[in-house]
Design a protein around this ligand. Structure first.
Ligand code: UT7
Length: 328
């Protein structure tokens, strides 16, 4: 029997750090409000010359190095992003060329917002199992600072920029790597987090720019409630489907949107918070990059050991959600 393993991971966050104190100079907010309501102390912000693909490239290079695999071996490249370099071509094509992935590779972007990395994992997992591809590189990369209204205190304090990547391979061994993956989507909740303009429904114009409709709009409270609900459901289902209990899950890596969402999830599942990986204090919400950045850190910090079970659990605009169960 064959399995699909994560052969390497890597991450990159831009050098510039924007602290809560910096934000207090930009909008009517306070360090205390941001920390107590979201758990965020600082976030990384890309420079004016850095696009999403530049962050993606650095994370991808780190993941390939970690896996000891050269770019020439990659035949499937998926970039999950809500902030592509261009409406077209895909950011994956930009990365493919700059990284030196051969032109016979398949390269495309997916739009699943903050669930993008777990969506990419499932797609790569399925494709590798069929034998159609041999080596997949998946990347979650975002320059969210480019779609945030920096005068809107209800959103600008929450987001950051960054990228994380993983290399996936099929191995002839049973019961390791990706054990299970489950995704979901509920478009009825689309209005809770969206960007009104810049797409085909409302193309960019002087009017949309004047109205700041190119920036994201969010109903925070509604997202909060639904995030806790869907993450609890997919986490429980994944663990039950595989005849495990939460005591056997060594580490849960949730999408990093708000530490209070993670606390509520941990409480509902009855899992101690210490078994959740949390780094939102230093990065804010980096959307599709949040889980792979956390995964990379957790591995480096020795929080993941051979034989461990790790559960990834995500939610995002769409509404999208999903979970991945990994055995190392
Ligand atoms: O990846 C998915 C992306 N989005 C999310 O995951 C968002 C999920 N939701 C959340 O994280 C939380 O709902 C927020 C952090 C966005 C907001 O926290 P909250 O506890 O739901 O606060 P609230 O929206 O009820 O706002 C409470 C008060 C309001 O003032 P009034 O109406 O009570 O006078 C806001 O105007 O806090 C005010 N407020 C702020 N005050 C200082 C909102 N933003 C700020 C701010 N600084 N940055």
């Amino acid at each position: 029997m064959a399995s699909v393993i994560i052969a390497g991971v890597g991450a990159y966050t831009p050098e510039r750090i924007l602290t809560n104190a910096d934000l207090c100079k930009m909008v009517d907010t306070s360090d205390e409000w941001i920390r107590t309501r979201s758990g965020i102390s600082e976030r990384h912000i890309a420079g004016p010359d850095e696009a999403t693909s530049d962050l993606a490239l650095k994370a991808a290079a780190a993941a390939l190095k970690d896996a000891n695999i050269s770019a020439s071996e990659v035949d499937l490249l998926i970039v999950a992003t809500a902030t592509p370099d261009y409406p077209l071509p895909s950011t994956a094509c930009v990365v493919q060329h700059k990284l030196g992935i051969p032109p016979h590779a398949t390269a495309f972007d997916i739009a699943a917002a903050c669930s993008g990395f777990v969506y990419a994992l499932e797609i790569a997992y399925g494709q590798l199992l069929t034998g159609r591809y041999k080596c997949a590189l998946i990347i979650g990369a975002e320059k969210l600072s480019s779609i945030v209204d920096w005068s809107d205190r209800t959103t600008c304090v929450l987001f950051g920029d960054g990228a994380g990547a993983a290399v996936l391979k099929k191995v002839d061994q049973d019961g390791i790597g990706i054990i299970g993956s489950d995704l979901g989507a509920d478009g009825e909740l689309a209005e809770y987090l969206y960007i009104p303009a810049g797409g085909s429904r409302c193309p960019s114009s002087a009017k949309t720019v004047a109205e700041k409709s190119q920036f994201l709009r969010m109903k925070g409270k509604e997202i909060f409630k639904n995030a806790v609900r869907v993450m609890e459901t997919v986490a429980r289902e994944m663990v039950e489907q595989h005849h495990l209990t939460f005591d056997q899950i060594n580490l849960v890596i949730p999408h990093q949107a708000n530490v209070r969402i993670v606390e509520a999830l941990a409480g509902n599942l009855g899992v101690p918070l210490e078994r959740f990986y949390v780094n939102i204090d230093r990065f804010g919400n980096t959307s599709s990059a949040s889980i792979p950045i956390a995964l990379d850190e957790a591995r480096r910090a020795g929080r993941i050991k051979p034989g461990d079970y790790t559960l990834l659990v995500a939610f995002g605009a769409g509404f999208t959600y999903g979970s991945t169960l990994i055995r190392w």
